[in-house]
Write a protein that binds this ligand. Sequence first.
Ligand SMILES: Cc1cc2nc3c(=O)[nH]c(=O)nc-3n(C[C@H](O)[C@H](O)[C@H](O)COP(=O)(O)O)c2cc1C
Length: 186
Amino acid sequence: MNKRKISCTQLEKFYYYAFPMQAVLVTCKDKDNKTNAITIAWHCPISKKPPLYGISVAPNRYSSDLIKKSKEFVINFLPFDFVEKVNFCGTHSGRNVDKIQQSNLTLIPSKEVTTPSIQESYSILECRLKESISLGDHTFFVGEVVNISSDEDAFLEHVLENKHIQPTFYLGENIYTTIGHSREEF
Ligand SMILES: Cc1cc2nc3c(=O)[nH]c(=O)nc-3n(C[C@H](O)[C@H](O)[C@H](O)COP(=O)(O)O)c2cc1C
């Protein structure tokens, strides 16, 4: 069988070749308890026991300072219907704009951390900062997941019900997509 030729490309764009990745809104709060939301595509589960989740944040982001100081963050998974708001929070800084107010997102109290969550999410991971690791040009914030909330019909036995929920995926540049309803079960 002929293998399709794969050409070399610019190394500094390596991460484009891992897309699509889910774009999430990470909430964090300042010293006056004002909430900010940053869009993050570089995020991943790290450990089951203890439950650890990581986000990679550039140090010049306003949210980076907030997370370092408050030692908390919340991962909010938004359905594709909210893609415009997800894009807005990834293209504006909380230094200059109240992104929650401008994008009309609804804050709700979290259960285990003092940083609020976003009501429009279909699932929410509340994290307490465990480690901040400076890696290259980003800081990898490792959070211990201390609470999970999700919409009742979003998951069945922890598996996403993709006939009900359309997650928000990022393809790079200003392009987003979602998944269809098809699935294979083995
Ligand atoms: C879809 C998307 C994904 C993004 N992913 C990341 C990311 O993983 N890490 C990061 O540091 N910035 C990421 N950004 C950029 C920040 O969201 C953006 O710089 C934001 O304005 C920072 O907000 P802040 O200054 O309020 O923290 C992403 C932007 C978009 C649009």
